[in-house]
Design a protein around this ligand. Structure first.
Ligand code: NAD
Ligand code: IPM
Ligand code: MN
Length: 361
């Protein structure tokens, strides 16, 4: 099979971690008889440096013509990078938001799994992590605060900033269906997270989620307020199967969930629309503090590539092969610095990629 993959290496650690994911994909291609045809695309700071904007129309069109896009991360250090001298709509993050909207990538799946082998890197007590945990965060990605009206004005000499949070019932229904669909393939529990004790948008969210739940009688639905959810993720992460939530809550909760799996460097993600197309990227950022040092963890990006094989190309065996290779490398005790613990062997980004590629069976 020929895999037509767009590649956005991005900024900071982006190029370092994407290089390793491509290495693993190429090995999968060799082992299973596929060819990966890569189209390099510029987005974020890398695009600003060349085109003056974080995403061009041509790049959007080129991304649309690919079967899937693999991405590293975009952005820089807000204090020191010249990209942040630009107006907000021209900064790196604006490119990411635009591509999500243009490609209608409303469903963001972030699987937080505590690998048995990584218990040493998890900051939680052993009695909490015993038996591991495995949750899927289903984050709405094209609505809410990220895409509401935004302005900063001076009113009677006082600066005032507005960001509006809007959801319509159709946007809620389609993400809720995705959440329940995925729960049907898992442990059949959906925890819908909102702030219905304060926000109208959350009250509508809860109502629509209840309606959708009626179509899935086998799935247990519970509602949880977001502040409680943030606490429960640390207290008892095992209780969660699918967490269904809106854009901003999902952003925050997924970073929190990543840490209980050991590191943000472990958290893969898939951003999907109604077709087979998807944008696959680690959930973390460009990590300016470690960029260029060759020490970033490439596993989230490699696992995102596995999600790409599974969702966009229906190559389940190949995706399994990547996940098993990651598992084996961890079992053998190899660790990047972010997941390092006593008695393990520290490796750099490139070595981690080589080891995983080498274990593709
Ligand atoms: P970040 O996720 O980049 O970094 C937070 C911390 O996690 C840092 O200490 C970093 O070193 C560490 N980290 C992140 N990924 C890692 C990895 N793979 N291996 C080891 N350690 C890792 O978050 P931030 O510092 O708040 O943001 C930096 C920039 O990244 C900002 O410009 C932000 O907008 C952008 N960002 C982009 C994306 C994306 O492209 N999807 C996601 C989040 C943040
Ligand atoms: C993420 C990132 C983005 C988001 C930023 C870079 C706009 O934090 O993918 O989690 O908030 O969605
Ligand atoms: Mn985030």
């Amino acid at each position: 099979m020929n895999l037509n993959i767009g590649v956005i290496k991005g900024d900071g650690i982006g190029p370092e971690i994407v290089t390793e994911a491509m290495k693993v994909l190429d090995q999968v291609g060799k082992t299973y008889g596929h060819t990966c045809d890569y189209t390099q695309l510029l987005m974020g700071g890398a695009s600003i440096d060349v085109h003056g904007v974080p995403l061009t129309d041509e790049t959007v069109a080129a991304a649309k013509s690919c079967d899937a896009v693999l991405m590293g991360s975009i952005g820089g250090d807000a204090k020191t990078s010249p990209w942040y001298q630009l107006e907000p709509s021209k900064r790196p993050e604006a490119g990411l938001l635009r591509i999500r909207k243009e490609l209608n990538l409303f469903a963001n799946l972030r699987p937080a799994v505590l690998y048995d082998e990584l218990k040493g890197a998890c900051p939680l007590k052993e009695e909490i992590t015993k038996g591991g945990f495995d949750m899927m965060i289903m984050r709405e990605l094209t609505g809410g605060l990220y895409f509401g009206e935004r302005r900063t004005v001076e009113e009677n000499g006082v600066m005032t900033a507005y960001d509006s949070l809007t959801y319509n019932e159709e946007e809620i229904r389609r993400i809720a269906k995705r959440g329940f669909d995925i729960a049907m393939k898992r442990r059949k529990k959906v925890t819908s997270v909102d702030k219905a004790n304060v926000l109208d948008s959350s009250r509508l969210w809860r109502k629509v989620v209840e309606e959708v739940a009626k179509e899935y009688p086998k799935v247990t639905l519970e509602h949880m307020l977001v502040d409680n959810c943030a606490m429960q993720l640390v207290k008892d992460p095992k209780q969660f199967d699918v967490i269904l939530t809106e854009n901003m809550f999902g952003d925050i909760l997924s970073d929190e969930a990543s840490m209980v799996t050991g590191s943000i460097g472990m958290l893969a993600s898939a951003s999907l629309n109604e077709t087979k197309f998807g944008l696959y990227e680690p959930s973390g950022g460009s990590a300016p503090d470690i960029a260029g040092k060759g020490i970033a963890n490439p596993i989230a990006t490699i696992l995102s590539a596995a999600m790409m094989l599974r969702f966009s190309f229906d190559l389940d065996k190949e995706a399994d092969a990547i996940e098993q290779a990651v598992s084996r490398v961890l079992k053998e005790g190899y660790r990047t610095i972010d997941i390092m613990s006593e008695g393990k062997q520290q490796v750099d980004t490139e070595k981690m990629g080589n080891l995983i590629a080498g274990y593709i069976k």
